[in-house]
Each structure stands twice: as structure tokens, then as C-alpha cells.
Design a protein around this ligand. Structure first.
Ligand code: HXC
Length: 510
């Protein structure tokens, strides 16, 4: 028995060495951790159980039968994050560059199947060179199997991807179908085809960083949701994110103990909105002041900054926050902001996370750039997402709610459950000046008359009461009471039951 146990230990030790000490050292020199070091940081200490560490590839092409490495370039298994079960696979760049073979894919799909069957989240850590070139169609088939499982798990269990090195070719599409993508600055990049292929096909000279670095994907393409400085920081943030997420679409949101009372008033909110309607203020301040302990996990903080999205807690329960940001483009809705928020609203709805919406929106952004870019379709995505959502929806209008954007931002008319407004709210078809210039066009030559008309329009519409008189606003609340009122509303809605008509699936304007 002793000999067998020794052999087991020897095999395990070999497998844990992956592609060997030299390649591990090279990984460290680049500022990257190894697959197992990453998993150790991500999971609760000692909780990770590895599967399939002895799996080897079966390729006999290009002399591959002579080079077999236990584990075949990916470390898979499960463990816990703050006590809750999470499945994980981590590409091992020290083994064939983390490239995907038939057997490597089988290891991943086994874990995907377990995660779905047992209804627990799955995290993929990517650091790889795409399809194992020596394997050809076996590798392509392997990717297809992974992709299919991504789709089946979508909306059932949270799927998170972390890009921690190269991520090219087939490797990019699996993350793209997961719920969130995080990147590491300077050491990670994602693209379908790399700089060499780009040069050959388009004659464009570009570096890997310029083509698909963290900056590009968090601020331009919006492929990635956030970027962090290094491996340690990103993994710790994933642990933090997991605490906000339910384990699956039926589990309900996690509830964390909090000392922050729902009755906490914040008098500083009474002066948050400036007297001048055109002066910006930071909507993040409101979010921080109403959330438990000011804790807010922002998603896509570097993209379409005119809308803010992310997770917070109210009385310990996770909520998704969607908020116009008056600091950027006056909080206007454009194509990027609409797409960004629509996807987030749908994530929340999939996983039964209540949505709290803070509104200060002057409308949709006019102009040819927006119209040619499909603003109608993109704006409709957000409208569609809010309208189809059946989770509790609580809305607070702090200032402007103009035009179509009023309807879109979780208004009463698209099944907002509780709709509050601050006394500073202005709910109207458009701003006073624009409105008067249209309806009193014949008086435009008389500035005094126009000024009088603007004042009259403001008196009539620049307030929350016209909407409140019609029941479109349930109550006009004092800003200082916002946390209390939102917490009470969410509590009241805890057992909300609302079903959309049966359908195979909807046809959201993609
Ligand atoms: C087999 C690979 C590999 C691959 C890297 N390696 N990529 N082995 N298949 N796809 C191996 C290398 O041979 C090397 O082995 C080790 O991994 C490290 O690679 P290096 O090139 O030395 O590292 P580095 O300079 O850091 O460059 C990393 C890299 C580069 C940028 C990822 O290796 C690269 O460009 N690889 C090819 C990327 C690619 O085109 N993949 C195919 C995409 S097509 P040794 O033994 O020396 O350590 C695809 C189609 C799928 O994925 C579509 C499905 C929808």
C-alpha cells in the first residue's frame, strides 16, 4: 500500500508541475500567477478539489505522442467562495500554451455539466493560445461543445470569465457568452485574430495591447466589464462579486448581515440636486448613500459613463442599480448607454435580482451619429429589457425625466412597481425651452413673450405633481428618506409574483 500511495503522490506532484519549473518561472517573470496559484487565491483556503489532473491528450500528429503532460493545459474542479460552491476551470499556460485539445475541452465540459446540474456558478480563468494547432478539427469540435454548454447555462447559473493572459481565436467566444468578463491590465488581451493576421489581411500594424488590451475592451468595445491591476486584485474582486450573486436562477439573492439600518436618513441628499437644472451632480453619491455601508460593485465603469450600473445591497439583499449619470453628457441615453444598461437589466431579471433605478435623463441623444448607429434599435433594447423584467422594480426620479427616456427608465407604464420622485423632479415631454420653441414657433420673434412662455411651461410641467396627480408617481419623497423608502418598497415586494405570457423566447431587438 505504501508504494501505491507514494506513486499517487508522485503522479500528483508531476501533474502540479504542469509544463515544468522553467515555464512556471517564465509565467512569474511576466507578472502572472500559475493556474493553480490563481485558483488558490480565488477559492476559500483548502476548499478546492481538483478533478482530472491525470488526463492527457490523445493526439498522434506532429510527434505529439512523445509530449504528454498530465492535466493537458487546464486545471478543473470545484471549491467554495465565502462558503458557497463554485466550479472553476483555469487554463494552464505552461502546458502547450493553455491551448485547447479534445481532452482539454472534455475536462471543461465535465465541469460545465456539473455546474449546471448542481446549479452553482462557474468561473473560467483564461490564459491561452486558442485551438491546439496540432489537433485540428478535434480542437474545433471541443470548442463547439464548450460553447453549447455556455448557452444552455446562460440565465440558469452565473458564468464569469477572467482574462489573465492571451485569449485568442476559439478562446474568446466562450467568455463572450458568459455573464461578465474581467481583465488584467497590461498582461491580458483578447482578439479573434492577432496582430499578425490583422497585418496580413488588412495591412494594419497594431500591437496586441492596441488590438485587444484591457483598455480597449473596457472603454471602447465594451467586451469586458472591468479591468484590474494584477492577478491578485482581479481574483479578490471576483470573490467580492460572487457575494452579490445568487447561485442560480431559483436560489434567490444572497443575504448578508448588515449593521446599516434601513431607517438611516441622509440629510445631505436634500441638497444633492443643484438649483440650476443644468448643473451636474454625481449620481454615484446617491447610490453610495442609499446602499448598505456604501458598498457598490460597479460594472462597466469605464464605458458609456452617462449611465451607471452595478450591484449594491439594501438591508443585506442584493439589488441591481441602474442610474443616469448627470456628470457625463448630462446623463443622456445614447446607443452605448442603452446597450450597457439593457444587458445588465436582463442579467438581474434572469437571476431574480430586484432593480432600483435612479432617473435624471434629458432624453435620447440627437444627431446623425446616433441615428446612423441604430439608436432606435439600441434604445429599444433598454425599453424591452425593463418592460419584460418581472423582478421587483423600484424607481426614483431625482430631476429630469424627459420624453421617451422617461418611459424607458422603469416608469410606471412599463410595470415599475413603486415609482418615487423627489420634489426636484421634472417630468415632461422635453425641456421648457425646446418645448416652447416648437409649440409657440410663431412667437419666436418676440423674446419677451417666449421668456414668459418658458416660465409658464416650467411652472406647469417642471415638477413631479402632474405625474403624481395621475398616479404615475406613487409618492413624492424627501431626498433624505430615499434609503428608507426604497428599503420599505423592496420589502413590500419580496413576494412579488408576475409572469409573462408563455413563449419559446422573446425577440429582443438585438
Ligand atoms: C499549440 C501552442 C499554441 C496553440 C501556443 N502554444 N499556442 N501550442 N497550439 N494554439 C505553445 C507554444 O508552442 C509554446 O510551446 C507555448 O505554447 C508558449 O507559446 P509562445 O508562443 O512561446 O508564448 P508567447 O510568446 O507568450 O505567445 C503566446 C501566444 C502565441 C500569443 C498565445 O503562442 C500564439 O500566437 N499562439 C497561437 C495563437 C493562435 O493563432 N491560435 C489558434 C487560433 S485559431 P513551448 O513548448 O515552446 O512552451 C482558433 C480557432 C478556433 O482558436 C475557432 C473556434 C470557434
Amino acid at each position: 500500500m505504501k508504494a501505491v500511495i507514494e506513486e499517487l503522490e508522485q503522479r500528483r506532484a508531476n501533474a502540479r508541475l504542469g509544463g515544468g519549473q522553467k515555464r512556471i518561472d517564465a509565467q512569474h517573470t511576466r507578472g502572472k500567477l500559475t493556474a493553480r496559484e490563481r485558483i488558490d487565491l480565488l477559492m476559500d483556503e483548502g476548499s478546492f478539489e481538483e478533478y482530472d489532473m491525470y488526463v492527457e491528450h490523445r493526439c498522434v500528429e506532429f510527434g505529439m505522442e512523445k509530449t504528454k503532460i498530465s492535466g493537458d493545459g487546464v486545471v478543473t474542479g470545484w471549491g467554495t467562495i465565502n462558503g458557497r460552491t463554485v466550479y472553476v476551470f483555469a487554463k494552464d499556460f505552461t502546458v502547450f500554451g493553455g491551448s485547447l485539445s479534445e481532452t482539454h475541452a472534455k475536462k471543461i465540459t465535465k465541469i460545465q455539466d456539473m455546474a449546471l446540474k448542481n446549479r452553482a456558478p462557474i468561473v473560467g480563468l483564461f490564459d491561452a493560445g486558442g485551438a491546439r494547432i496540432q489537433e485540428g478539427v478535434d480542437a474545433l469540435g471541443g470548442y463547439g461543445e464548450v460553447f453549447q454548454r455556455n448557452v444552455m447555462a446562460s440565465g440558469v447559473i452565473p458564468q464569469i470569465s477572467v482574462i489573465m493572459g492571451p485569449c485568442a481565436g476559439g478562446d474568446v467566444y466562450s467568455p463572450a457568452m458568459t455573464d461578465f468578463i474581467f481583465m488584467v491590465r497590461s498582461t491580458s488581451y483578447m482578439f479573434v485574430t492577432g496582430p499578425d493576421v490583422v497585418k496580413a489581411v488588412t495591412n494594419e500594424t497594431v500591437t496586441a495591447e492596441e488590438l485587444g488590451g484591457a483598455k480597449v475592451h473596457t472603454s471602447k468595445s465594451s467586451v469586458a466589464d472591468r479591468a484590474y491591476e494584477n492577478d491578485v486584485e482581479v481574483l479578490l474582486q471576483i470573490r467580492r462579486l460572487m457575494d452579490f450573486l445568487p447561485s442560480n436562477n431559483k436560489a434567490g439573492v444572497p443575504v448578508l448581515p448588515t449593521r446599516d439600518s434601513a431607517d438611516r436618513l441622509d440629510y445631505s441628499l436634500d441638497t444633492l440636486v443643484p438649483d440650476n437644472a443644468n448643473t451636474p451632480y454625481d449620481m454615484r453619491e446617491l447610490i453610495a448613500k442609499v446602499s448598505d455601508e456604501g458598498d457598490f460593485f460597479e460594472i462597466q465603469d469605464d464605458f458609456a459613463k452617462n449611465i451607471v450600473i452595478g450591484f449594491a445591497r439594501m438591508e443585506g439583499h442584493t439589488v441591481g442599480v441602474v442610474a443616469n449619470q448627470p456628470m457625463v453628457l448630462a446623463g443622456v441615453l445614447d446607443s452605448d448607454a442603452s446597450r450597457k444598461a439593457a444587458r445588465f437589466v436582463r442579467f438581474c431579471d434572469c437571476f431574480e435580482i430586484p432593480i432600483v433605478t435612479f432617473v435624471d435623463v434629458p432624453g435620447f441623444l440627437p444627431g446623425t451619429a446616433q441615428e446612423y448607429g441604430g439608436l432606435i434599435k439600441h434604445g429599444a433594447k433598454l425599453l424591452f429589457a425593463f418592460a419584460e423584467a418581472t423582478v421587483p422594480k423600484v424607481t426614483v426620479i431625482t430631476r429630469k425625466a424627459y420624453g421617451g427616456a422617461y418611459d424607458v427608465m422603469s416608469s410606471k407604464h412599463i410595470r415599475g412597481d413603486v415609482n418615487y420622485a423627489w420634489p426636484s423632479a421634472e417630468i415632461a415631454v422635453m425641456g421648457a425651452k425646446g418645448a416652447v420653441e416648437i409649440i409657440y414657433r410663431s412667437e419666436l420673434g418676440d423674446p419677451e413673450k417666449i421668456a414668459e412662455r418658458i416660465k409658464e411651461y416650467e411652472r406647469r410641467f417642471a415638477n413631479p405633481f402632474v405625474a403624481a396627480e395621475r398616479g404615475y408617481i406613487d409618492e413624492v419623497i424627501l431626498p433624505r428618506n430615499t434609503r428608507t423608502r426604497v428599503c420599505r418598497a423592496l420589502n413590500m415586494l419580496r413576494n412579488k409574483t408576475l409572469e409573462n405570457p408563455w413563449k419559446k423566447h422573446d425577440n429582443i431587438p438585438l
